[in-house]
Design a protein around this ligand. Sequence first.
Ligand code: PNS
Length: 167
Amino acid sequence: MSQVVAIYPGSFDPLTNGHVDIIQRGSRLFDRIVVGVLINLEKAPLFTVPERVAIAREVFSEWSNVEVDTFDGLLVEYAGRKGAGVIVRGLRAISDFEYELQMALMNRRLDRNVETVFMMPAEPYTYVSSRLVKEVVALGGSVHGLVPDVVEARLREKKLARNILKA
Ligand code: PNS
């Protein structure tokens, strides 16, 4: 029987518990889920791509059907290379919908064999985003419970390093 492989693409800068929730749901639904960390040379990320990959691999070390990988170029071409017929995206609120609809329809136009599947995270994560996590940490707030422990620790290290550099 053929296996259903899904790609869960994103920036993951950093990985949040909302992402973790979607990956866990995907791993129960599909035979294999590949977390595809986008190599985006234009953005100025907080975490490097290798750091983001290492974090996700640590969080999912016990999940045998979760793979963490990187990609650049077109997502549908990457999906093809991985033998994936599904793209998973999380939908938190109506505000996500327009951007996600555009991407899903563009990806369908590029490859009609790749289907986008949207999943809702658990309610406590519906307002969590990587951008807000970074903002809260930069301004001295707590993100405990919103990101994996390893991410919280790395955020603290980054903040300390930045404060030392500023001093
Ligand atoms: O976590 P993000 O930043 O919302 O993820 C965006 C991502 C990685 C899904 C999107 O930027 C993407 O798919 N980039 C690959 C380039 C691509 O295929 N573009 C055309 C399809 S819309």
